[in-house]
Design a protein around this ligand. Structure first.
Ligand SMILES: *[C@@H]1O[C@H](CO)[C@@H](O)[C@H](O)[C@H]1NC(C)=O
Ligand SMILES: *[C@@H]1O[C@H](CO)[C@@H](O)[C@H](O)[C@H]1NC(C)=O
Ligand SMILES: *[C@@H]1O[C@H](CO)[C@@H](O)[C@H](O)[C@H]1NC(C)=O
Ligand SMILES: *[C@@H]1O[C@H](CO)[C@@H](O)[C@H](O)[C@H]1NC(C)=O
Length: 175
């Protein structure tokens, strides 16, 4: 078959099949809090992927990240930076676009390694009113870590099912 024929038979724009390698939903690592301590959990966002009807992405998989509010920000963190111990400043999405974040909890062996890229979104919910000690973050990468912070609106914590304690990993992430 000639290439030109193939191209006319397989239109690029109108694929209406959901991507079968995508899984049913996005799983995200969550820095939460319980009993005044920060926690790490893996959440499966609900209701999960749906089929976009928006012009430009129609037929693609799309997932609602919940209501956001206020100013989003873009942070460029130098290579090999130590962010120290801190609380989430507000309930927010942190979307790592590049680099690497290593999150640990005081008085705990729990840890999360978040690589910048398609699996770079986490929820940071351990504000000072719910977690006395917060968490530690270091950025051990030799490249800059770049992140978007997007504050959640009122009732902005998205629907979810808790998969387990600890960070999401392996099969739970996009490949
Ligand atoms: C998220 O986790 C669920 C439950 O383990 C799994 O079915 C799904 O495929 C995962 N999503 C991705 C993108 O791996
Ligand atoms: C958002 O940014 C604008 C412009 O810098 C500023 O006036 C406003 O106070 C900010 N809003 C919040 C909620 O930080
Ligand atoms: C718990 O962590 C805090 C902050 O790192 C530290 O000051 C404290 O000594 C730790 N407590 C125990 C029992 O390890
Ligand atoms: C959390 O712990 C801090 C420090 O021990 C304490 O001051 C605060 O009242 C506690 N908060 C809650 C909600 O228990």
């Amino acid at each position: 078959m000639r290439l030109s024929t193939l191209l006319t038979q397989v239109p690029l724009a109108c694929a209406s099949q959901l991507d079968p390698t995508l899984g049913s939903t996005l799983n995200v690592t969550v820095l939460g809090a319980r009993h005044n301590r920060s926690t790490l959990e893996c959440w499966a966002l609900q209701p999960g992927f749906e089929t976009s009807t928006q012009p430009g992405t129609s037929g693609s998989s799309v997932l609602d990240l919940g209501a956001v509010q206020g100013n989003a920000s873009f942070t460029a963190i130098p290579a090999e930076f130590d962010g120290g111990r801190h609380n989430a400043p507000a309930l927010q999405w942190v979307v790592f676009l590049s680099g690497l974040a290593h999150i640990t909890l005081p008085n705990s062996t729990a840890e999360a390694w978040i690589e910048g890229g398609k699996n770079g979104a986490i929820l940071a919910l351990d504000t000072a009113d719910v977690s006395a000690l917060g968490h530690y973050t270091v950025y051990p990468s030799k490249e800059r870590t770049v992140a978007l912070e997007v504050p959640l609106g009122k009732d902005g914590v998205p629907g979810h099912r808790v998969l387990h304690g600890g960070a999401c990993q392996g099969d739970e992430l996009l490949d």
